[in-house]
Design a binder for this molecule. Structure first.
Ligand code: ARG
Length: 459
């Protein structure tokens, strides 16, 4: 089969060389965007008087036919035609004859492929944002039911201070909120049209780049044709934002795995998001959470990979840049899949309220309360810290908790202690009294929930 660029060549590459060169195996994912870009381009060519109305009508009809076939999955691509752009152009010429060859007037595959990827990411980032919202929604649902569920809060994975379980869940709400914002912000750089930049230098045809951008729904065009065809930083930015998001999901996944272990038993994941063992009949494994945690590896990898591909590349287009696609596609699918799983997993997880309360009652995470109590009564905090530390040690040696100490014992350690200390030492009070802005106090958590709710209802 002769190549669309074959004029200058006396010999065609061998099949196995074609295979190495071709991107059609993966860039067919851009089929819709490529057709959309071509339709806008030819419309603009007609409006600018570069092609006749009749030529434009024939090409548009041909492209409409290909679009229909693409929707039905009836297009069959060939490696000999290298990539999605040449495959579609070849098909167009087959369908409507040589007039189809006029479509490529005033453009190059270099601006074409960049346009396709901008269109693709614009759509996919919106889908990702919607799914971020559904994870946030599930978090909000669970949080609103667990404002007064007191649970152990950790640092170094050691019991630290009691918290409202809603507070813990809402921490993830805000992480995802920033992720959402990062994607939103990146839209400014995705929403740009490279179309009409040509191979690198623009074109002598009197094209209207603003018009094709408008037809494609882009907010603006690239100001510099060389930048337009060389830029992949919008993809790197996407991969970076995706990495951040999946890193957050992975932390949450890790907590879900720990929380659902026999040792913790803080939550139970729904059967629908768990799997069994082929040998151990009792097992219920948190595979989905583990997979999300594991999938961070490939997403981070794609980010490093594209940064490395681009590093040191001279302007303008180089074939190295064909390596930008698989990682981008894989990241889109991985992130969409992970967010979807998370929305369902969070929505259906069972939070074991009693178990959380039992856990928080059987530890020393109220030690700060006692130290603060002494400090409020005038004992310098450093000294209070020392007194309570010694009491904790004494309790550990006796196998009891601070609340089990008698008033006499407490007063022996610090005479300012009164009977009201027992109320102060309850985990419920420890949480309730933390009313500093953004703290875990119930009133603060309610405020936080309202703000989160506002964000979600604004969309
Ligand atoms: N398949 C190519 C890519 O993905 C399209 C651009 C090819 N341009 C070229 N001058 N060979 O990068």
């Amino acid at each position: 089969m002769s190549k669309l660029w074959g004029g200058r060549f006396a010999q065609s590459p061998e099949e196995w060389v074609d295979e190495f060169n071709a991107s059609i195996g993966f860039d067919q994912e851009l089929v819709m965007e490529d057709l959309q870009g071509s339709i806008a381009h030819v419309t603009m060519l007609g409006e600018c008087g570069i092609l006749t109305a009749d030529e434009v009508a024939q090409i548009q009809e041909g492209l409409a036919g290909l679009t229909e076939k693409a929707i039905k999955g009836e297009l069959s691509f060939s490696v000999a035609n290298e990539d999605i752009h040449l495959n579609l152009e070849h098909m167009l010429i087959q369908e409507i004859g040589q007039v189809g060859g006029k479509l490529h007037t005033g453009r190059s595959r270099n601006d074409q492929v960049a346009t396709d990827m901008h269109l693709y990411l614009k759509k996919r980032v919106e889908e990702i944002q919607l799914l971020i919202r559904s994870v946030q929604k599930a978090l909000l649902k669970q949080a609103s039911e667990h404002i007064e569920t007191v649970a152990p809060g950790y640092t170094h994975l050691q019991r630290a201070q009691p918290i409202s379980f809603a507070h813990h869940l809402l921490a993830y709400f805000w992480m995802l909120e920033r992720d959402y914002g990062r994607f939103e912000d990146s839209m400014k750089r995705i929403d740009l049209s490279p179309l009409g930049a040509g191979a690198l230098a623009g074109t002598t045809f009197p094209i209207d780049r603003y018009r094709s951008a408008e037809l494609l729904g882009f907010a603006n065009i690239y100001e510099n044709s060389m930048d337009a065809v060389s830029d992949r930083d919008f993809i790197i930015e996407f991969l970076s934002n995706a990495s951040m998001t999946i890193m957050h999901l992975s932390r949450f996944a890790e907590e879900m795995i720990i929380w659902s272990s026999q040792e913790f038993q803080f939550i139970e994941l729904a059967d629908a998001f768990s799997t069994g063992s082929s040998i151990m009949p009792q097992k219920k494994n948190p595979d989905m959470a583990e997979l999300v945690r594991g999938k961070t590896g490939r997403v981070f990898g794609h980010l490093m990979s594209l940064l490395t591909v681009l590093k040191g590349l001279p302007l303008a287009y180089n074939k190295d840049m064909q390596e930008d696609k698989e990682g981008m596609f894989d990241t889109v699918h991985t992130l969409l899949g992970s967010l979807k799983i998370f929305a369902g997993m969070v929505d259906t997880m069972k939070i074991k309220t009693e178990r959380l309360e039992q856990a928080v009652n059987e530890d020393f995470s109220n030690a700060t309360e006692l130290a603060d109590y002494l400090a409020a009564k005038g004992v310098p905090f450093r000294q209070a810290h020392e007194i309570v530390g010694k009491l904790v040690l004494a309790c550990i040696n006796k196998g009891i908790y601070l609340k089990d100490l008698s008033l006499d014992e407490l007063q022996e350690a610090a005479s300012v202690i009164e009977a009201d200390i027992y109320e102060v030492l309850t985990p419920f009070q420890a949480v309730k009294r933390r009313e500093s802005a953004g703290g875990t106090g119930f009133t603060q958590v309610k405020k936080q929930l309202d703000k989160a709710q506002e964000i979600l209802s604004a969309v």
